[in-house]
Design a protein around this ligand. Sequence first.
Ligand code: PEP
Ligand code: MG
Length: 755
Amino acid sequence: MRGALGGPRVLLRRLREVMAEPVSAQERLDKIVVLIAANMVAEVCSVYVLRVDGTLELYATEGLNRDAVHQTVIDADEGLVGLVAREATPINLSDAQTHPAFSFRPETGEETYHSFLGVPILRAGNTLGVPVVQNRAHRTYSEEEMEALQTTAMVLAEMIASGELSALARPGAEPAVRSQLHLKGLGLSDGIALGHVVLHEPRVVITNFIADDVQKEVARLDSAVETLRSDLDDMLTRGDVADGGEHREVLETFRMFAYDRGWLHRMREAVMTGLTAEASVERVQSDTRARMVRQTDPYLRERLHDLDDLANRLMRQLVGQDHAPAKENLPENAILVARTMGPAALLDYDRSRLRGLILEEGAPTSHVTIVARALGIAAVGQLENVVSMVDQGDAIIVEGSTGDVHIRPAIDIERAYAEKVRFRARRQAQYRALREKPCITRDGAEITLLLNAGLFVDLPHINETGAAGIGLFRTELQFMVAAAFPRTSEQLKLYKDVLNAAGDRPVTFRTLDIGGDKVLPYMRMVEEENPALGWRAIRLGLDRPGLLRSQIRALLRAASGRRLKLMFPMVSTIDEYDSAKELVEFELTHLRKHNHTLPERIEIGAMVEVPALLFQLDELFSRVDFLSVGSNDLVQFLYAADRGNSLVADRFDPLSVPVLRALRDIIDKGREHGKPVTLCGEMGATPLGALALVALGYRNLSVSPSALGPVKAMLLETNAGEVGQLVRGLLSKSAPRVSVREQLAAYAAAEGLQI
Ligand code: PEP
Ligand code: MG
């Protein structure tokens, strides 16, 4: 069997010349097919391009009837070409006509050819087209020839992705890479955003595909792999695996892949065909991605993701591109797209330009979601594979309330959304009109609506929404956005600013709640198997009292001469509460000794997030001035379902009977003890959740700024006593449904409540 004429390297060199020629896209394609046919001694070489309508169009051919170019269009499930595209794998047959999928188009004149080699044109795991070579003789194409055709496919992928071929297409039949896509994920943060994609971890852009000197490229690849391996070894042996937020398990898997002989071998082989080292990494990565897209087993897909991440690292090493995206140079209306992201990473971006967030993972009460809500940006999660479907700068629309995402939308979709934005603005204006109105239900129940906040940027929301105060000030956010521990003076300044912005409205400060997924980049955290159940919040505060005391001191000083409400997160036992309170007493004594003016009034409370507290309510209420229910954590712990894990976060309903019974017991005990109870989790921020809470007797809800208007509008129309009877009735049934959501929604619909 004859190999490729002149070998793959000659082919690549010639391809490079063709790519550099100042000719039209069609001429370039025509030259490429001639070149491949000659190089592989094939009688036919054709290129099919996948179109937005899912069909494959013949774009160029050497050997088949040229009149068929741009005329022959085959369905994605038709023939061998369709099979290559669908399966995203090469097909190499010496007698194609005996293959069950074989079919032919008479206009092309291909019925006389027996051997067939087709490979997918892949980009980010998606098939963009198929180049094919054919011969009359029964011939099996060699491995080397297959490699050469795959390499050509890479060059074609760039031509398609650059938009060069779009000029050859009829309207509505453009190459699929620029196609519009409509995806549906899970709405995480309300709002509509029209903008442009910013990839949180941008793909490395390769400009040089073809090697000048193959030996040099082999050496570059080897040395980059060597560096990658020793970096990973270092990270693991140094023990500070928390560096960069990566966990040990991930690093270990990375290291395993980095030492995988097969992986290196495949990349070396690609280099030997004449590709640059970085292009070879991409070639192999492309195959990984194709497998990833088609993989249904979540574990295996996760491993392929790891391999994909590793290839990215290697490519960055080779082309010297910085890992970090241009966080400060965001375009206007930036929409971040990421596989997953922590809250601190999101806060790193320039908030004045950020409009939306799209995540492959993400869950409704994960902290990155909460931060997105606090920043008022629309967010959608659980969009599998979205990172590989977009390119930096693509136009994109995110609708946070429904989970809809439109990638490269058509002009009419864009117009429709722009109209929706205007409509929402009008509705916001209606909510603003309710600003001054007291929140009293139809039957006279007074509800105090407070805000959740945590950053300086949140402060204007107090006046904009007409909130009665701040029910939860998450102090850790200031720590998460800082490059180093904020000094006491910086904390003092922020707390004063918050109190000033609130004026005579109360503010409840929560002491530092770090740990779990709230990682401080500059603080070495211990490695934990289950961080959410680990050394976090008040546990960390009591074990390292220096940090908590300096924060308490800053809070006491900021509130000098005024009212201070402060509460402790993640309290599990009465002792913990007592110890934390002692620290406050200690600081008060200290300030008194130094003649500082103390707060005029101090109220101290605890958050109810750990289920153990449900069985210590009497003792707790007799000690505290108030309690605040953190339903995000309470639900996570009641159901043992990680709030940040998209596989389980949504599995259990906060409106389910067990949760509502727990919430009922808390509010009933609060009433018995005459102590106020607030709820500050995300549950209160949806109109239906707020309705359930008011039904149970909650009269203080703390919600995100964008939720206040809709919740208030709903409550003004509500009869609290009536819905209370309904919900309490449902909870006391002996064989209740698991969730009251349906019945409550039906009630709201019958009452004309906007939920
Ligand atoms: C909660 O757990 O409900 C809560 C309000 O705290 P965070 O979301 O900050 O954990
Ligand atoms: Mg919490």
